[in-house]
Design a protein around this ligand. Sequence first.
Ligand SMILES: NC(=O)c1ccc[n+]([C@@H]2O[C@H](COP(=O)([O-])OP(=O)(O)OC[C@H]3O[C@@H](n4cnc5c(N)ncnc54)[C@H](O)[C@@H]3O)[C@@H](O)[C@H]2O)c1
Length: 350
Amino acid sequence: MINVAVVGVGGWGKNLARNYFQIPECNLKYICDLDETRLSQLQSQLPGTQLSRDFDSVLADPEIQAVVIATPAPTHYSLCKAALMAGKDVYVEKPIVLEVHHGEELIRMAEERDRILMVGHLLEYHPIIVKLRELIDSGELGDIYYIYNQRVNLGTVREDENAMWNFAPHDVSSILYLLDREPTDVTARGQSYLRDGVEDVVFMSMNFSGESMAHVHVSWLDPHKIRKITIVGSKKMAVFDDLESNEKLRIYDKGAAQNTDYDTFAEYVTLRFGDVTIPYVKVGEPLRIECEHFLNCVRTRSRPLSDGHDGLRVLKVLDAAQRSLKTNGVPVAIEGNAKTPGTSSGTAAK
Ligand SMILES: NC(=O)c1ccc[n+]([C@@H]2O[C@H](COP(=O)([O-])OP(=O)(O)OC[C@H]3O[C@@H](n4cnc5c(N)ncnc54)[C@H](O)[C@@H]3O)[C@@H](O)[C@H]2O)c1
């Protein structure tokens, strides 16, 4: 039995608490929040779980092996650091932290102490994303030309982080997972309409060595609710619509081929309109899969799929995108992945 504490039981943390409470091999010993009302609202749903407003006393309990942190992003660094120093395994919601050097420090701390550090990149545990990765790896979609993600709605407007930091960790983590690569450079443009300096809408683009590209559109100021990923490959195309209840994934046998033997431009490209297939993928609750993965890593001392390094990769992209945002879309090279100097990304703003 693994004793777990969930810290931060607001909008999202209460879902984590519910899952850890329901998993048989886990004992949700504490939920911890500064807000007493939030704690007491959950009390009846989590019988036997202790309520605490004091994070330090939770950490001081030697029975607590793992701490799940679902507080706002600016608090992640100090809470993760304290939990690692107290010898706990740590799961932290996305984004891992807000500063690259803080992410590096947490990874170092976890490795030195032999502690598990996992980041809540939920989409990496989504069965449809896993299926898409299989389709890409098997070559069924062909070379991946481009991916675009749309995560927009008229939704909760945050005051402390912009729409990119709030939504795009999911998109960046899923795109890096799908392509199994990191971008060379990123550009981002956005606007703050509701509150100065906090972008409500952001369009960001990632370039992957000039081979593939990815585009992410995030907004909490949009008439549509869309959660969609479109992948265009040289052989087939795929669309994952997470708001569809059953048929979430469609594979389009569509494409365009270049002919070598042609007289006119019309003969140069042949368009192909084939079948649309809807593969069956059993979709459980991705959050449950993610929670079980964390517990399994704690039990077996194995490295999580979305470990600290994965969190840092995503953070570096967001950090570069934030700098691009502040320069109205100047490309920013991703440290360590830039193309050779002289290319567009090699001359990008740092
Ligand atoms: N994986 C997902 O799909 C997903 C979805 C939404 C939010 N999130 C992430 O979850 C985290 C929390 O987001 P939210 O929407 O639930 O925020 P929220 O504001 O609704 O809840 C945060 C809670 O943390 C508590 N808190 C703050 N500081 C604390 C501290 N020092 N000790 C104890 N409690 C503290 C607050 O009182 C609040 O109840 C963020 O990192 C966010 O990015 C993830």
